[in-house]
Every structure is written in structure tokens, then in C-alpha cells.
Design a protein around this ligand. Structure first.
Ligand SMILES: O=c1[nH]c(=O)n([C@H]2C[C@H](O)[C@@H](COP(=O)(O)O)O2)cc1CO
Ligand SMILES: [Zn+2]
Length: 166
């Protein structure tokens, strides 16, 4: 009798946490960019998740989702970024040694939050705003603070989920 071998196509930790970040992004109502974030501890426990959305109590139907126009008529002054929500939703304010998985490279404001929380590594998927001053400032602070960042390198292009049973 041959021994039963373990499954081979299970998710790596990186794939698992990035998938949780991407699944969380599916909760976002932003019509243009949906961002999710997942914070994992040194022990590979999920300690916080978040996605971009308006603050608690601020109706999604009252505030604008515009990208352009007068500042107050756009989403930008109102929306909470995924990374901010993930840190605020986390089980502890001290996230020393944790990693954050995020669909989009963090802006300068989220970078401050990430650094102050103690997170030591950022794993991101897209860097589509790499030419903006926000991302340049973010990388400058991360380099100074010794917080590392790396692009997620997928070993598979998609993961299918099925709600149908049997
Ligand atoms: O790191 C981020 N995290 C995050 O949640 N966001 C959110 C804010 C907005 O809702 C959206 C960006 O919108 P847009 O790509 O249309 O400018 O993504 C944006 C960034 C990068 O700026
Ligand atoms: Zn941000």
C-alpha cells in the first residue's frame, strides 16, 4: 500500500494573503479602483483586513465617487484607503513584524500609518501610480524607515471559488 501524498496545489502563504486582500477589494463600491489589504502576523495569522470605502456612517449614496471636478465633489477627501482600514480594523495597534498585502502600492498617507503601526513589509500587486508624488514620497519614507516592499509574483493567474456544493 502506497502512502497518500499531501495535496500539491495548495496556496502558498503569499497567494493566500494576497487572495484575501483581493477578495476584500470586492467589497469596495469605488467604480474605478477597488483596493483590498490583508495584514498577516509573523505566525501567518490574519490580524486585519480592509478595503477602500467611505467612513462608517457616511452613506455610500450621499458622497460622490467622482474622480474629477472640484475637490469637494470628488471621492478623494472622503474615502478611507484599504490600508488605513486594515490597520484600524486590526486586532492590535502594535503590528510590529507584520506584513501587509495590498492590491495597490500604498500612498504617502497610508505609508505613514503603516510605518507607525510597526508593519515591516509591504507586498503589493499593482504599482500603477508609481509616477505620482504620493508614491515617490511613500517610497522615500519606507526606505528611510527600513520598511521593505516587494511586488507579488504570482505562480498562478487566478483562483476559482465555487459557492455551489457537491
Ligand atoms: O493605496 C491606495 N489604497 C486605496 O485604498 N486607494 C483607494 C482610494 C480610491 O478609492 C481609489 C483610487 O481611485 P482612483 O484610481 O480612481 O484615483 O483607491 C488608493 C491607493 C493609492 O492611492
Ligand atoms: Zn492610501
Amino acid at each position: 500500500m502506497k502512502d497518500t501524498k499531501k495535496r500539491q496545489d495548495y496556496l502558498s502563504w503569499d497567494e493566500y494573503f494576497m487572495a484575501v486582500a483581493l477578495l476584500s477589494a470586492e467589497r469596495s463600491k469605488d467604480p474605478n479602483t477597488q483596493v483590498g489589504a490583508c495584514i498577516a502576523s509573523r505566525q501567518n495569522k490574519i490580524v486585519g483586513v480592509g478595503y477602500n470605502g467611505f467612513p462608517i456612517g457616511c452613506s455610500d449614496d450621499e458622497l460622490p465617487w467622482n474622480r474629477q471636478g472640484a475637490f469637494l465633489t470628488t471621492k478623494y477627501p472622503y474615502v478611507c484607503h484599504a490600508e488605513l482600514n486594515a490597520v484600524l480594523n486590526a486586532i492590535s495597534t502594535d503590528l510590529t513584524g507584520c506584513r501587509i498585502y495590498v492590491g495597490l502600492f500604498p500612498c504617502n498617507e497610508c505609508t505613514k500609518v503603516i510605518i507607525q503601526s510597526g508593519i515591516g513589509e509591504i507586498i503589493y500587486l499593482s504599482d500603477k501610480y508609481h509616477e505620482t508624488d504620493q508614491v515617490k514620497a511613500a517610497k522615500r519614507m519606507l526606505d528611510l524607515a527600513g520598511v521593505s516592499y516587494r511586488r507579488f509574483t504570482p505562480q498562478r493567474l487566478d483562483i476559482a471559488l465555487h459557492f455551489a456544493v457537491d
